[in-house]
Design a protein around this ligand. Structure first.
Ligand code: 5RP
Length: 236
C-alpha cells in the first residue's frame, strides 16, 4: 500500500503500521478517528484477517465504527468493554511532554473518554505534528448548541486572563450550517497561536457551563509514534 501514497500519507501509514505491532491477541482496543487512525484500522483489519488476531474495538466516532465493521473488526461499546487495554489515535499537535491538541476531526469528546478509559494510549502522527509548544493548531472546544454565543463570550473572558498568543474563536461550519459532532454539539475553534499553560487552560475551559469538553489531552498519552515520509518511525 505504502508505494502509492503521497509523502504525508507514507508518514501516517508508517506510524499507524508500527502502532499495530503493539496489539496483542485478546486486547480490547480504543480505535481513534482521522486519516492516520484510519490507516491504523486498516492495518489492524489486515492482522485480524491474516493472523486470526482476536480483538474487540471501541470506535471513537461513527466514521471509525463504519470502517472497522467493513474490515471485519468486532466492534463493541465502551459500556460493554468498561476498560480498554490500549487506544491508538491520531493528534493535531504533540508537545515535548506528550500533551496533545486533538479534535481536528471533531471527535474529541469520544476520543478523550475512550483514551481515559485505556491502560495505555499510543498516538500516531506524521512528524510535522511534533511541536515545541501547543497552540498553532486551533484548539477545538465542543459546546452545547443552546446559548453557544454566550459560551463563546465566556470562553473569551477566560482567555483574557491567560498566557495565550491570540484570542479569536470561530464556530466550525459544514457548508452554511454549524458542524454537528456525533453527539449533536457544536465546535468552537480557538485561534490561540501559543498556549503558555495547557493544563490551566484545559481546567478553566471545562468550568464553563456550556463547554462539554476541550481538545487538550494533558498527561493522557503514554507513547507517540512519529512517521516520516521515507517510511521511518521515531518513538517518544
Ligand atoms: C479527530 C482527531 C484526529 O485524530 C486528528 O485531527 C488528527 O487527524 P489526522 O490523522 O487526519 O491528521 O483528533 O478528532
Amino acid at each position: 500500500m505504502a508505494a502509492e501514497l503521497s509523502p504525508i500519507d507514507k508518514a501516517k501509514f508508517a506510524a499507524a503500521k508500527r502502532a499495530v505491532d503493539f496489539v496483542e491477541d485478546g486486547m480490547k482496543l480504543g480505535l481513534g478517528t482521522g486519516s492516520t487512525a484510519a490507516f491504523m484500522v486498516r492495518c489492524l483489519g489486515e492482522r485480524v484477517r491474516s493472523e486470526g488476531l482476536r480483538v474487540q474495538g471501541v470506535p471513537t466516532s461513527n466514521r471509525t465504527a463504519e470502517l472497522a465493521r467493513q474490515l471485519g473488526i468486532p466492534v463493541i461499546t465502551l459500556d460493554e468493554a468498561k476498560w480498554l487495554d490500549l487506544t491508538i489515535d491520531g493528534a493535531d499537535e504533540v508537545d515535548p511532554q506528550l500533551n496533545l491538541i486533538k479534535g481536528g476531526g471533531a471527535a474529541l469528546l469520544q476520543e478523550k473518554i475512550v483514551a481515559t478509559a485505556s491502560e495505555r494510549m499510543i498516538v500516531i502522527a506524521d512528524a510535522a505534528k511534533d511541536v515545541p509548544q501547543l497552540g498553532a493548531f486551533p484548539l477545538p472546544v465542543e459546546v452545547i448548541p443552546f446559548g453557544w454565543q454566550t459560551t463563546q463570550l465566556l470562553i473569551g473572558q477566560v482567555l483574557e486572563g491567560l498566557d495565550v498568543g491570540g484570542r479569536e474563536t470561530t464556530l466550525r461550519r459544514a457548508g452554511d450550517q454549524p458542524l454537528r459532532t456525533d453527539e449533536n454539539n457544536y465546535i468552537l475553534d480557538l485561534h490561540l497561536g501559543r498556549i503558555g499553560n495547557p493544563r490551566q487552560l484545559a481546567l478553566m475551559l471545562n468550568q464553563i457551563p456550556g463547554v462539554v469538553e476541550n481538545g487538550l489531552f494533558i498527561e493522557i498519552c503514554d507513547t507517540v509514534i512519529f512517521g516520516h515520509d521515507d517510511g521511518r518511525v521515531t518513538l517518544r
